[in-house]
Ligand binder design. Structure first.
Ligand code: FES
Ligand code: FES
Length: 158
């Protein structure tokens, strides 16, 4: 297997690493950087549990090779909190009790965060389509949608 040197920024920290040509970005994040908030459920691009924000877009990291992230700027769930203050989306899930087992939640939060970053006027009516690629096996989604709605309100106050 070929090795490649990559440099990238993750949660504001610059990394210079050597990766295998076939190593997935998800494994690089979890195993090499030890950022285990990014989850793997399906491993096939179907569930959104592994969503990260790469160069402004929410992407499923199980479908991306680490070498493809060379020179990228990445945010994972660990990078959202600033100076101990939760991101609005995280706070929305806390306030509305939107978490059951929690496995899918980082993916929902990263997907919603990317959408809100690119459209600060995101409407409640758009939430379902924004997270349409994220699957949850516990909540029935109602609490998740309420959590993101709450986050939209919190975001406007910040
Ligand atoms: S683990 Fe990547 S989309 Fe499901
Ligand atoms: S909270 Fe358990 S899978 Fe979503």
């Amino acid at each position: 297997m070929h090795k490649y040197n990559i440099s990238l920024e993750v949660n504001g920290v610059k990394y210079y690493k050597t990766v295998d040509s076939r190593q997935r970005l998800l494994d690089f994040i979890r195993d090499d950087l030890r950022l285990t908030g990014t989850k793997e459920a399906c491993g096939e691009g179907e569930c959104g549990s592994c969503a990260i924000i790469m160069d402004g877009k929410a992407l499923n990291s199980c479908l991306i090779l680490a070498v493809e992230a060379d020179a990228a700027k990445i945010t994972t769930i660990e990078g959202l909190e600033i100076n101990g203050e939760l991101d609005s989306i995280q706070q929305g899930f806390v306030d509305e009790h939107g978490v059951q087992c929690g496995f899918c939640i980082p993916g929902f939060i990263m997907t919603a965060r990317a959408a809100l970053n690119s459209n600060p006027d995101l409407k409640s009516s758009e939430i379902r389509s924004v997270v349409a690629g994220n699957l949850c096996r516990c909540t029935g989604y109602v609490k998740i949608f309420k959590s993101i709605e709450k986050a939209l309100r919190l975001e406007k106050k910040r």
